[in-house]
Design a protein around this ligand. Structure first.
Ligand SMILES: Cc1cc2nc3c(=O)[nH]c(=O)nc-3n(C[C@H](O)[C@H](O)[C@H](O)COP(=O)(O)OP(=O)(O)OC[C@H]3O[C@@H](n4cnc5c(N)ncnc54)[C@H](O)[C@@H]3O)c2cc1C
Ligand code: FES
Length: 276
């Protein structure tokens, strides 16, 4: 699990998005689109889940893309080529159902764009017609546009400030497309408010809509209950039952509440570790 390469793919106004390729013979053989790993940057660090963006079985490596948001992602971002992670477990979670659905819209918001990349690639290989909607706060934080343009039959870019593509939100484009054409599947990954809105936009059209949830996780084995979500009125654990679920079945309010549970404590710990 040594770092083979490191690239800072976005660095805008103090927000960095980093791409790390790690040696991992076992995970690279098995990983499928939609799955994730749990990493520990150091022995005393916490475990965090990150999507497997690419798995190269020949090179025996996997690629992760993450945004530095708190203690662990910042610790990971501080590592360099040649350094080793303390722990890496995976592949975890159910893979995405890859088949010929027909016309698919994939919606990626922020670093969620990295998470839709392997799904878009696999769906394209299964002969789907791919429409992509990529959303970022601003041009400097838009990632993988070139790579995804090579896969997509059609691609739309939106930014909050209009610095590239159309000004607005991914869901504005989604609503327009669903009005004009018939699609067979919508797949979305991004911030919870975006996925919740995708769910509301898709509901009246009655189109199958899958989201990959970023519930908080601790053990990622279905034992601790941290990633609990209510799906169609039943308790599910995102790590072992997901991370993908049908959008219309999710209790979004509960998910948002649970995800902000440790907000104050995380800010406090981050300050302590930074010595301020
Ligand atoms: C299955 C899965 C796959 C993921 N894949 C990726 C990925 O490929 N790239 C990536 O950048 N991130 C991904 N995430 C989110 C990533 O795990 C979190 O950003 C990370 O745990 C934050 O850890 P931290 O210690 O740096 O920040 P913390 O100190 O834990 O948190 C800092 C801030 O981020 C918020 N936060 C923490 N965890 C999450 C989360 N899961 N979702 C939303 N906000 C969160 C906190 O509420 C807080 O505001 C994934 C999450 C899941 C569940
Ligand atoms: S992270 Fe512990 S049950 Fe899913």
């Amino acid at each position: 699990m040594k770092i083979i390469s490191k690239e800072i793919i976005a660095d805008y106004s103090g927000i960095r998005i980093i791409k790390l390729t790690l040696g991992s013979p076992a995970i690279s053989q098995k990983a499928k689109a939609g799955q994730f790993v749990v990493v520990m940057a150091s022995e005393e660090g916490e475990r965090i889940p990150l999507t497997i963006v690419e798995a190269d079985s020949k090179a025996q490596s996997i690629t992760l893309i993450f945004q530095e948001v708190g203690l662990t992602t910042k610790a990971l971002g501080a590592l360099n080529v040649g350094d080793a992670l303390y722990a890496l477990v995976g592949p975890l979670g159910h893979p995405t159902e890859i088949k010929n659905w027909g016309k698919v819209i994939l919606v990626g918001g922020g670093v969620g764009i990295a998470e839709i990349y392997p799904v878009a690639k696999s769906l394209k290989a299964a002969s789907n017609n791919i429409t992509l909607i990529l959303g970022a706060k601003t041009k400097g934080l838009l990632i993988l546009e070139k790579e995804l343009s090579d896969i997509a039959d059609k691609i739309y870019v939106v930014t909050d400030d209009g610095s590239v593509g159309q000004k607005g939100f991914t869901t504005d484009i989604l609503a327009e497309l669903l009005k004009e054409n018939k699609y067979d599947l919508v797949y979305a990954v991004g911030p919870v408010p975006m996925m919740k809105k995708v769910s509301f936009v898709c509901a009246p059209v009655n189109i199958k809509t899958i989201v990959s949830l970023n519930a908080l996780m601790v053990d990622a084995t279905g034992m601790c209950g941290c990633c609990r979500v209510t799906v169609a009125g039943k308790v599910k654990f995102s790590c072992v039952d997901g991370p993908e679920f049908e959008a219309k079945d999710i209790d979004w309010v509960e998910l948002q509440t649970r995800n902000s549970m440790y907000l104050d404590r995380e800010k406090h710990i981050c300050k302590l570790k930074n010595g301020s």
